[in-house]
Design a protein around this ligand. Sequence first.
Ligand SMILES: [Fe+2]
Length: 385
Amino acid sequence: MGWDAWIFAFLVLLGHSQLVVFLHNRMYSLAVDHKTTDRIQLVHFLWLCIGPITLYFLWSGQVPSPQTTDPEWFRSLLWGLAAVGLIGPPMDIYLRSIRRKMAPASTRSPLQATIVGHPGNYVSSGIWGQIAQIPGNRSLYPILECSEVPIAGLPLALDGLTVLHLSDLHIKKTPNRLFFETVAEELAKLEPDLICLTGDLVEKGGSAHADVFRSFLKRLRYLEAGLAILGNHDFWHSTKPTLNILEDLGYLHLGNKKSTIRIRNTNVSLWGLEYPWNSELPEGWKQPFEEWTLCLSHTPDHFSRFARLGKGLMLAGHVHGGQIRVPFFGPVIMPSAYGRTFDQGWFRRKNAYLHVSQGLGGGHPIRFGCSPGASLITLKASSET
Ligand SMILES: [Fe+2]
């Protein structure tokens, strides 16, 4: 096979992978139940692996192929995949390059400074415990990012407000109770004004996971308020134990609606967005808001509308920074209608700001090039309009 045929084959494989990943990311942004997402994941994985093998055997003529019956159709398919492979990745890279990403002054420090001893202490027995300890896997090495962010339109009363943003704990067997308690001991020293939890807090699996969540949360301290919403993984089992813990520890569950709290003797508008996993799009979500608004949304997919409706800060999670980030390319799998756009960190449109947490945990403890973490945000009033 000549080099031109190899290049063609490479482009066909690239196009095939691009289509599978594109579909996978968009499907995972939809409100589908756990069993369906598991099936979709399996189908996409098989399609990703089996597709190239099937194409090879059809191409080489080792099995009866459309080449013999309808060569035009097969040739069109290959040229179509090659075209996607040629155009798709550069377009994807271009779209990422024009994101309105912000880089506020920030420091990153390892939270695992307090996690001492063998990593095996922070996992449960079983396959996931072994996978979490694979060299290079960052799942047991969380970081704390502290950022000072100038916010145009921020009410002066909120200048200097500190927010601890935590998301996607996904509490299950691995990482284990000791991991979350140790992380909480370190986070407790921060004593922020607000603690904001943006969903996927506890995985299904009985009361043991909820107990770990309680133990984690009760160690933390906030000065003004604790706010929380739930995520898709929370809705895939009973939400009652999680909501009871939030209520017991004084956290306000924002749900899927607008509300108001008093912070520093000022009324602050709040939006909670658990949509699409919790009921319909909330009443009033399409109406512009005049006042500066703090919004907790599980998915960052709502940011475009938030920016159209008014000014404020949206905190989101759900996408986990991709969990596996390829050097120079970034994340691949990202359950968002916007693909890899809102992967992690800060984004801005007009006077609307978005912070996307990379999460403290994950559905599976597999993280390469993408540490789990917590974010301490200091809001600064900016004179910019
Ligand atoms: Fe999550």
